[in-house]
Write a protein that binds this ligand. Structure first.
Ligand SMILES: *Cc1c(COP(=O)(O)O)cnc(C)c1O
Length: 457
């Protein structure tokens, strides 16, 4: 038997935790486009990537061949603290809706960081430690990734420098304090501690920052400080690889009970939780062994899949990172200030972008007030207060379950419940007070950013 034919089952430990991550790229017929160098436009090599990322992670980034990559024992031991994560049948929700649909959700919020991001943070911190590094740098928007990375770094005794988008730094002091509890050094971005930060502040005085700016600052510090590398919490191939643990566990649990989903739904910001959740199902779909409807849900105010262009673009505002071919709104795009639901990155994972372009999955965009209404409907019966990001998936799962009431179909719907929303109560407050609105960018506004896309032949 070649490695390609080994079923994932033999990689399950006794406690049903995967022993290997699943690398969907190995089974993709059209591989995701490679990252390219911002100067030469040539595909990034290991040597190009190594000054920025940890070496083992660079290898994972470029690995389109191995379908399974073993999870090191130390990482598995850490996973055991909060994994396997629960796959819950939403009986109360089904009953409340009166739907014949069967609804399941995979809950990733049962760790202190409150989201799936810890799955990749612990892997990235582990490889940094293995390489003998002193520490890592990163950016964080709402703070979930920064929190997850702070936890992972404190576990492996690594230094963690987080550039936090200034508006979040000021509005989410509790997230900031959680990070500092784990020993992270948190700087509001843009800052005067980096060259790019000073330049952005000079060009845009009073700016409250963006993810793209914070990435540029974090990369600058990583590449100019000996013993440091940069780590990223979404979008990259390596992050989707680590998140495949979500999908492998989901599939193992469903298989055990002989349940075959009709539909798999997930929210999509940079694409990591969705890429992880769908990985083994998409693998079967590509091989023609099964068929599933796979749906990405994104905000109407940041519609990368549904209104973006599939093109090479910058991953950051400072244009220092490699270029990625992805569905993008342009690296200068920042969602409207009243957008509270997260998922605000301008681009989308190259893996998911390719799958979407190949017609293997769909995308739906939803307005934020409907997302919060769905969050509330869910919270009132299922005992979990969901993150606004996760609630995008809830919204579409509810819509589908309600359709089944009319058609009488007993569809099996699985969705990813990526995290909890306890740090998002200001957004919930706006919703309850009726002061939240649904700003949707016009075609003209989007066109302005598309014109800034780099010209690559
Ligand atoms: C970061 C985050 C997301 C979106 O990120 P992806 O990379 O698209 O998965 C979704 N839900 C929660 C709770 C998050 O923290």
């Amino acid at each position: 038997m070649t490695t390609k034919e080994i079923p994932y089952k033999i990689y399950l430990e006794e406690n049903e935790m995967p022993q290997a991550w699943y690398n969907l790229r190995a089974d993709m017929i059209n591989k995701p486009a490679p990252l390219i160098h911002p100067g030469t436009h040539q595909p990034m090599t290991l040597e190009d990537l190594a000054p920025v990322f940890c070496e083992e992670l660079c290898k994972q980034e470029l690995n389109n061949e191995d379908p399974f990559i073993e999870i090191p024992q130390e990482i598995r031991d850490f996973y055991k603290m909060y994994r396997p994560s629960p796959l819950v049948r939403a009986y109360c929700l089904e009953e409340k809706l009166g739907t014949p649909a069967k609804i399941y959700y995979k809950f990733e919020g049962n760790n202190t960081s409150g989201s799936h991001k810890l799955n990749s943070a612990i892997a990235q911190a582990y490889y940094a430690k293995q390489q003998g590094l002193k520490g890592v740098t990163t950016e964080t928007g709402a703070g979930q990734w920064g929190t997850a990375l702070s936890m992972a770094c404190s576990y492996f005794d690594l230094d963690c420098k987080v550039f936090m988008v200034k508006v979040s730094y000021e509005q989410k002091p509790f997230r900031r304090e959680v990070m500092r509890t784990y020993g992270a050094d948190v700087t509001p971005s843009p800052s005067t501690t980096t060259e790019i930060g000073k330049k952005i502040l000079a060009d845009h005085p009073g700016t409250t920052g963006s993810l793209g700016c914070a990435i540029s600052e974090a990369v600058e510090v990583a590449t100019s400080t000996p013993g440091y590398r940069y780590v990223l919490g979404s979008v990259l191939n390596q992050v989707l690889l680590h998140q495949s643990i979500i999908g492998l566990e989901t599939k193992a649990a469903l298989d055990k009970y002989g349940i075959v989903p009709d539909m798999i739904i997930g929210c999509a910001g940079g694409g990591s939780n969705l890429g992880g959740l769908i990985a083994p199902f998409m693998g079967e779909k590509i091989k023609g062994n099964a068929d599933y409807r796979i749906v990405a849900v994104e905000p109407q105010s940041c519609p990368s899949f549904t209104r973006g262009k599939y093109a090479y673009d910058f991953c950051d505002t400072g244009m220092v990172c490699p270029l990625a071919k992805m569905y993008t709104l342009g690296s200068g795009f920042i969602p409207a200030a009243n957008h509270a639901g997260g998922l605000r990155y301008h681009g989308m994972s190259p893996v998911l972008s390719q799958l979407y372009d190949d017609g293997l999955m769909e995308a739906i965009s939803v307005p934020q007030t409907e997302v919060f209404a769905a969050a509330e409907e869910f919270a009132r019966v299922e005992g979990i207060l969901p993150a606004p990001e996760s609630s995008h998936a809830i919204k579409v799962a509810l819509d589908e379950a309600k359709k089944c009431i009319e058609t009488g179909e007993e569809k099996t719907i699985v969705f990813g419940l990526t995290g909890t929303g306890y740090f998002d109560m200001v957004a919930y407050e706006k919703f309850h007070d009726g002061v939240m609105d649904d700003y949707i960018p016009t075609d003209e506004e989007l066109q302005k950013y598309f014109e800034t896309l780099p010209k690559i032949d």
